[in-house]
Write a protein that binds this ligand. Structure first.
Ligand code: ZN
Length: 264
């Protein structure tokens, strides 16, 4: 094993191969995606596909890991900030950066071994899940929100991490995506408002997503130890736990009717 990995050798004898060969896709490089990139780079991953159409704005500095004041002046693209962060640790990393919406370069995503989705909106998640399911790629989605619409109560911070794996329940099975909510979002298109994005819940969620991914890639916790695939985060109480729906369904024979025929 590479000596650099002696503090994470518990991940198994396969680790060097996993880090050098796995192509990891990170779709959305804002508050969540930038933290996922940072952790993957520190762990030692060498092959990346990065996708985000956006450039940085001053309001992103409170949560976009790797961003600097000079990025604001130069209007840096978010993909370039992520590339710089990776190259500061791995000058030889193989990086494909796509400064577009993922829907415009869907074919490029198909080569990934695992994809992290750090996107705004349910419609984007729905489309990315369809893509990853069709290519049998494990997909891990993170998201957070703060609801401060109830004047008599303190704001409620919530979030979720969902792993949508070939042959396993999907985000529709879990009820996270449904036609009613998708229709509502499409109807409100262009009027989505400013959604809260905050660095510390994104830290919890991105770290959890990384933990799921490393388990999938190295099996270090042992295959018999069933990985939780849907976590819910409560930022007010500071808890992260298996989603109630997931716990209820865990012991049932759950095959996904939405993406039939895609068994691992
Ligand atoms: Zn399903």
């Amino acid at each position: 094993m590479d000596l650099k990995n002696n503090r994470q050798s518990f991940l198994g004898g396969n680790l060097d191969k996993v880090l050098s060969q796995s192509l990891v896709g990170i779709i959305g490089l804002g508050g969540g995606g930038s933290q996922i990139v940072q952790q993957l780079a520190h762990i030692g991953f060498k092959r990346y596909l990065l996708c985000d159409f956006d450039t940085i704005e001053e309001t992103n500095l409170n949560r976009l890991v790797g961003a600097t004041i000079s990025d604001i002046e130069s209007k840096s693209r978010k993909v370039d900030i992520a590339v710089r962060l990776i190259r500061s640790l791995h000058p030889d990393a193989e990086i494909q950066s796509i400064p577009k919406r993922f829907q415009e370069e869907a074919a490029a995503l198909m080569k990934c071994n695992i994809i992290f989705g750090c996107l705004d909106g349910l419609g984007n998640r729905d489309q990315l899940e369809r893509l990853t399911r069709s290519a049998k790629i494990p997909y891990i989605d993170i998201g957070m929100d703060v609801n401060d619409k109830i004047a008599t109560e303190p704001p409620r911070m919530s979030g979720q991490v969902i792993a949508s794996l070939p042959g396993c329940p999907c985000m529709r099975c879990y009820g996270y995506l449904n036609e009613e909510e998708l229709s509502k979002e499409y109807a409100a298109y262009g009027d989505a408002g400013v959604r809260p994005q905050v660095i510390w819940p994104n830290g919890v969620l991105s770290s959890t997503a990384i933990g799921i991914a490393l388990n999938l890639l190295t099996h270090w916790t042992d295959r018999s130890n069933k990985q939780i695939l849907y976590y819910e985060y409560d930022g007010n109480s500071g808890t992260l736990k298996p989603h109630l729906f997931y716990e209820r369904e865990l012991h049932r024979n759950t095959s996904c009717p939405h993406y039939p025929g895609f068994h691992s």
